[in-house]
Design a protein around this ligand. Structure first.
Ligand SMILES: Nc1ncnc2c1ncn2[C@@H]1O[C@H](COP(=O)(O)OP(=O)(O)OP(=O)(O)O)[C@@H](O)[C@H]1O
Length: 327
C-alpha cells in the first residue's frame, strides 16, 4: 500500500506466509528519549529476496529503528523480531544479522584485517572468511593499514565487510553510501541488489530519494518517527512522481466533462485542470474540436525528489530557513 499511511500493523497473513524465512517484523515499535519520541508506533515488514529502502530525512528515526532491530537499543514499546526471534536472543548474532551502523566504534590502532579477525574469532567464524570479505569489499590492498588512518569511504567498506563476515541471511545497512565516491556508491547499490538476489533480507537506510529509487525494490518512508508510506518503489514513483497536463480555460467545467468522457482523470482547481491519461496534444485537440478557448496548456513533471520533500514536509528536523532579505 503506497499512500501516506500513519500506521500499518503486520497482518496475520504476512506472518503466516513468511514463517521460516529470515524476515524483519517491527510491530508498534516506539522509542522515547525523555520527552522526545524518536520512533513512534512504527510497524513494517522487511521480506527476503528484495532490497527494502528505509527512507527519511535527518532525524526521522531510521538509525534508532535499526539499532532496535539489532538489539543495540531497547524499545520503549512494541517489538521487533528477526525470523521470529529477538536478535538479542540469537546464539551467533553475526551469522544471523549483518549490520553496518553509523559511527561504528573502531580501535584506531588496529589494522582492518586484525579488526575483522577479532570479530570472526569472537563469533566462531573461520579466519579464511576474513580474506574473502576483504576481497568482496575491495580492501585487500589496505588490509594491513591501521583503521585510524582510513578515509570515511574505506571505513564504510570495512563496516560492510564486518556486516558480511557471518554470511548472514539478513543484512541491515544504515546510510551505507555516506562518504563513498560515485564508484563506491554504485558498488554498494549492486552489492545490496546481489545480496537480495541471493534470497537475503536486505534493509538499507538513506536520506537520498534518488539513491533509494535506484537501489530499493520496496520503500518504507519515515518522517518524525512515523511511517509515511510503505510500498513498492515502482508504485511510489508512479504515484508521487507522475507527470500531468495543466490546462487553464475560462470554461473548465465543459473541458473537464469532455476529458472525462474521453477516459482521462481530471482534477479541478478554479480555472485550472490537472489531467492524467491524456497528453498535451490530445487535450489541445479535444478543446479545439469543441471550440473551447485555452489560456494555458503544458506538461508538468514533478521529480521524485519533489515527491519525497512533499511527503516528508513538516517532518524534517533541521530545515534550512530562507535567508532574510536585506534592503
Ligand atoms: N541517544 C539519544 N538521546 C536522545 N535523543 C536521541 C538519541 N538518539 C536519537 N535521538 C533523537 O531521536 C530522533 C531520531 O534520530 P535518528 O538518529 O534515529 O534519526 P535518523 O533518521 O537516523 O537521522 P540521521 O539521518 O540524521 O541519522 C532525533 O530527533 C534524534 O535527535
Amino acid at each position: 500500500m503506497c499512500p501516506p499511511l500513519a500506521r500499518r500493523e503486520p497482518r496475520g497473513h504476512d506472518l503466516l506466509t513468511l514463517g521460516g524465512n529470515a524476515v524483519i517484523v517491527a510491530s508498534g515499535l516506539t522509542k522515547r528519549y525523555g520527552d522526545r519520541v524518536a520512533v513512534d508506533d512504527v510497524s513494517f515488514t522487511v521480506r527476503p529476496g528484495r532490497v527494502t529502502g528505509f527512507l527519511g530525512p535527518n532525524g526521522a528515526g531510521k538509525s534508532t529503528t535499526m539499532r532496535m532491530v539489532i538489539g543495540l537499543d531497547r524499545p520503549t514499546a512494541g517489538t521487533v523480531t528477526v525470523d521470529g526471534a529477538r536478535y538479542a536472543d540469537s546464539p551467533a548474532p553475526l551469522r544471523a544479522v549483518g549490520a553496518l551502523l553509523e559511527a561504528r566504534a573502531l580501535h584506531p590502532g588496529r589494522t582492518a584485517r586484525a579488526h575483522l579477525r577479532w570479530l570472526a574469532a569472537s563469533n566462531g567464524i573461520p579466519a579464511a572468511r576474513v580474506e574473502e570479505v576483504l576481497g568482496l569489499v575491495g580492501l585487500e590492498a589496505v588490509a594491513g593499514q591501521r583503521v585510524g588512518r582510513f578515509s570515511l569511504g574505506m571505513g564504510q567498506r570495512l563496516g560492510i565487510a564486518a556486516a558480511l563476515l557471518g554470511d548472514p541471511p539478513v543484512v541491515v545497512l544504515d546510510e551505507p553510501v555516506n562518504g563513498l565516491d560515485p564508484e563506491g556508491i554504485r558498488w554498494v547499490r549492486s552489492l545490496a541488489r546481489d545480496l537480495a538476489a541471493e534470497g537475503r533480507t536486505v534493509l538499507v537506510s538513506s536520506h537520498l530519494m534518488a539513491e533509494m529509487a535506484l537501489t530499493a525494490d520496496h520503500l518504507v518512508v519515515v518522517g518524525r518517527g512515523r511511517v509515511l508510506a510503505d510500498c513498492a518503489t515502482a508504485d511510489f514513483i508512479a504515484q508521487h512522481a507522475a507527470s500531468f497536463v495543466r490546462v487553464r480555460t475560462p470554461r473548465p467545467g465543459a473541458l473537464a466533462d469532455l476529458l472525462r468522457r474521453s477516459g482521462a482523470q481530471v482534477t479541478r482547481d478554479g480555472d485550472e485542470l490537472r489531467v492524467q491519461g491524456a497528453d498535451t496534444v490530445a487535450v489541445g485537440e479535444l478543446a479545439a474540436g469543441a471550440g473551447l478557448v485555452l489560456h494555458e496548456l503544458g506538461l508538468v513533471r514533478s521529480s521524485l525528489e519533489d515527491a519525497f520533500m512533499t511527503l516528508t514536509a513538516g517532518s524534517v528536523e533541521y530545515a534550512a530557513r530562507p535567508a532574510e532579505v536585506t534592503r
